[in-house]
Design a binder for this molecule. Structure first.
Ligand code: APR
Length: 232
């Protein structure tokens, strides 16, 4: 089966009702990154950081996958699909995608502040301030903060290097090293971009086909095109 790598960002979840980061009404218009998404913020103002992720987790529990997540999951019937997402929501999994790599962590998991490999699922949406990990240390959101390493990056590179077709959905490509993954798409592999805006595609050397639509419309359209071409 043809290997499709789908690289997604916050825009794929926008029509599910989750805010993006850099759109006018995005999260970074409401919060300062240095207050809620850095290791220093967690040390300096733990309550605010935990509240920020509790709010997003609570919102996620009331959110459903949209047509884009479903179309990506359904592509698995005809193709060997791997999703690499910058998103920390679980909407790809809930739509049925079976191979999802989270570059920036997962909202529904916490981890030991001492041992980053000690990851625990969270029941419900609320992490309390003094929740402890099994190793006795404090728990923190299992999120890659700005300034922290991206442990899944090398695995994501290997996946991208095996792509025979790449689909990019709903990411501004503004954040590194995530955006640099597209440099590893083998030459000659087509890159389809589904985004109503203009992502920064300077890192992309491959031929780009930009579908200037929202994900909920553009991804099902593209999926239908790929499946019909396969059957020709
Ligand atoms: N359908 C498709 N794309 C959309 C939609 C939509 N309905 N709405 C917005 N977009 C696009 C925007 O045009 C933009 O290109 O989604 C992209 C959102 O970009 P960002 O808000 O920068 O989100 P993202 O690229 O995922 O951010 C990357 O930055 O803050 C960090 O860790 C955070 O993972 C995040 C990373």
């Amino acid at each position: 089966m043809k290997k499709i790598v789908v690289f997604t960002g916050a825009g794929v979840s926008a029509e599910s009702g989750l805010a993006t980061f850099r759109d006018a009404d995005g999260l970074w218009a409401q919060y300062r990154i240095e207050d809620v998404c850095t290791p220093e913020a967690l040390a300096r103002n733990r309550a605010l950081v935990i509240e920020f992720y509790n709010k997003r987790r609570k919102e996620l529990l009331a959110t459903l996958p949209n047509a884009a997540h479903v179309a990506i999951a359904q592509l698995e019937e005809q193709f060997d699909v791997e999703v690499i997402t910058q998103n920390v929501d679980d909407l790809h999994e809930r739509a049925g995608s079976t191979k999802v790599l989270h570059l920036h962590g997962e909202l529904k998991k916490l981890r030991s502040e001492k041992n980053p490999d000690l990851i625990v699922p969270i029941d419900g949406w609320e992490q309390t301030l003094d929740d402890k990990a099994p190793d006795g240390s404090l728990l923190r959101p299992h999120i890659v903060f700005f300034g922290e390493s991206v442990p899944m990056y090398d695995a994501a590179v290997r996946i991208m290097q095996g792509a025979e077709l790449v689909i990019v959905v709903g990411t501004s490509l503004a954040v590194y090293p995530a955006a640099s993954l597209l440099r590893y798409a083998p030459s000659g592999v087509p890159v389809f971009v589904v985004d109503p805006g203009e992502p920064d595609c300077t890192a992309v050397r491959n031929t780009i086909y930009h579908i200037k639509e929202k994900a909920g419309k553009g991804v099902p359209m593209l999926a239908e095109k790929l499946i019909s071409e396969l059957k020709r």
